[in-house]
Structures are given as structure tokens and as C-alpha cells.
Design a protein. Structure first.
Length: 279
């Protein structure tokens, strides 16, 4: 049983391929909720009527709902938010539920190190495009990391009025920015006028040219890794005794056109790890 809070994608492809490669006799029922809670509730009701030896969940909301609704059915999950902090499992070592999985959240330190590899910045501007508790927590973590990576941090919340921040003197050669969340095309155009390298939290911002680089997880590989846990459960291991894995393999989305526009060189070693290069 495959249920994604999103739609069927590369993670699900990786999971199915991993199961099939082990010659496990499996029938897949696949559902995608398209990030719609109403759709998810209807799918949960339908799943309740189907036979299920194991359920795959992609997304925190889907995993949380499934764990609560089907406590007797083993569940393997992929989530982009810490499952312990969000209280869907007790710990990553012993989940204390009939579930295990993979945490694919990207550590902020990894993102900053990738940006440092492009430009050894001394000042970074945190462009808060989402203004959520999550972005506030990320800002606090970035402030903490500043003393280790040796940079000063400035928060810019009203990025719709990015023009007024451009009037503040700063050394562009030693500056960079981090874009948290998504922005409109108008705001994105304003960010581009800063003419400094921008690390975007969301890869689609890089595709649109509002950021130069983004760190992403290879979700197909994550799905294959999750199939290992599913195979172990189907072989008789108890899901709660299988530790939740924190993925440590990341790829990049790089907008080379944006890099060239601001006369910035992207190191070859970063390009070799890129999942997508926009030219």
C-alpha cells in the first residue's frame, strides 16, 4: 500500500523498484493526496477496506494519519520534517509504534557549506519568504552556526520591499543570501537585483532564477533505501525495532545562467553532484 501526501513520484518509483528487485511477491495500491487533507481522509477510508501487509507513507501528514489509524499495520515512511520533534515516533532508535522510515530533512549546515563552497561569505542575509515557525527556527539555527562558519547574519522579513535593503551598504564580494520559502515573481526579481549568490530552500526558486543554488535529496535513492526497511519488515522484523535513518546524501540544483549573470563561478565538484543544472 503506497500513500503519498504529494503525488506519485521518484520516491515511490524507487520504493517499488526496490521491492520488485528482491523478488517479493507484492501488489501495489498507490494513492496520491496532492497535498489535500480532504482527499487524504477519503483515501484513508478506502484503504481501511483493502488488504494490507505493509503501508508506505510519503509526507509527515500522511505518515501521522496512517500511524494513528492503522496501529496494527507495519508502516514505513519518508518525511521531510523531524519525526521525533513532530511527535509521530518516540525516538529514531526505538519508534515505539509499528513504524520506521527515513528522515530526508536537509541539515542547514549542509546548505551553508555548499554556499560557502561557491563564495566564502562573511555576511549572509536571511530572506524570510515564508514567515513561519519553521523559518524562525531555521533563522535561530543559522545564527548559532554563524560563530562556527564565521559570518554575520541579518534578517530581512519584508522582502517584498527588497529595494530599500539595497540602499544599505554592504560588501557584495563578501555577501550571500538565503531564501527561506517561496516568493512571487515580483519579489524574486527584486532579489535578483541584489546581485549576490542566493541559496534557496526550495529548488523551484532556483529553477525560476530567484536563487542560484539549492540542496535537494535524491528521492529515488531514498525510496530504494526505504525498500530495505520494508523488506526487513516483510521478512519478520518488528518495525519499531528498526531505527529511523537520517539520510546523508544530497544533490544540488544549480542555475548556471544566474551564476554567470552575477559573475560567480560554481566549483566543478559541486556541478558533478548536481541533480539538475539550469543553463
Amino acid at each position: 500500500m503506497i500513500l503519498s501526501w504529494f503525488n506519485d513520484g521518484s520516491a515511490e518509483d524507487g520504493f517499488r523498484d526496490g521491492i520488485i528487485s528482491r523478488n517479493i511477491d507484492a501488489r501495489f495500491y498507490t494513492f496520491g493526496s496532492n497535498s489535500d487533507m480532504g482527499v487524504l481522509e477519503k483515501q484513508l477510508a478506502f484503504i481501511d477496506k483493502l488488504p494490507k501487509d505493509l503501508i508506505y507513507a510519503n509526507g509527515l501528514l500522511a505518515a501521522s494519519a496512517l500511524i494513528k489509524r492503522f496501529p496494527e499495520t507495519p508502516i514505513v515512511f519518508i518525511v521531510e520534517d523531524d519525526p521525533v520533534k513532530n511527535d509521530i515516533i518516540a525516538s529514531k532508535w526505538r519508534t515505539m509504534t509499528n513504524a520506521t522510515g527515513i528522515d530526508v530533512s536537509i541539515p542547514l549546515l549542509e546548505e551553508l557549506l555548499e554556499l560557502k563552497a561557491v563564495r566564502n561569505f562573511e555576511v549572509i542575509y536571511f530572506l524570510d519568504g515564508s514567515q513561519t515557525n519553521k523559518s524562525a527556527e531555521k533563522f535561530r539555527e543559522m545564527k548559532r552556526l554563524g560563530k562556527y562558519l564565521k559570518f554575520d547574519l541579518f534578517l530581512i522579513k519584508d522582502i517584498k520591499n527588497i529595494q530599500k535593503h539595497m540602499l544599505k551598504p554592504f560588501n557584495k564580494a563578501k555577501s550571500a543570501a538565503y531564501l527561506a520559502g517561496s516568493v512571487s515573481s515580483e519579489t524574486g526579481t527584486g532579489i535578483k537585483k541584489l546581485n549576490i549568490p542566493v541559496m534557496a530552500e526550495k529548488p523551484e526558486m532556483v529553477v525560476k532564477g530567484y536563487g542560484m543554488i539549492a540542496t535537494v535529496v535524491d528521492m529515488y535513492r531514498a525510496g530504494r533505501l526505504l525498500s530495505d526497511k520494508a523488506a526487513a519488515v516483510l521478512s519478520g522484523e518488528t518495525a519499531s525495532e528498526i531505527p529511523v535513518q537520517t539520510i546523508r546524501y544530497f544533490r544540488l540544483v544549480v542555475n548556471l545562467a544566474e551564476a554567470e549573470r552575477i559573475n560567480e563561478d560554481v566549483p566543478l565538484e559541486l556541478l558533478l553532484t548536481a541533480l539538475d543544472i539550469i543553463r
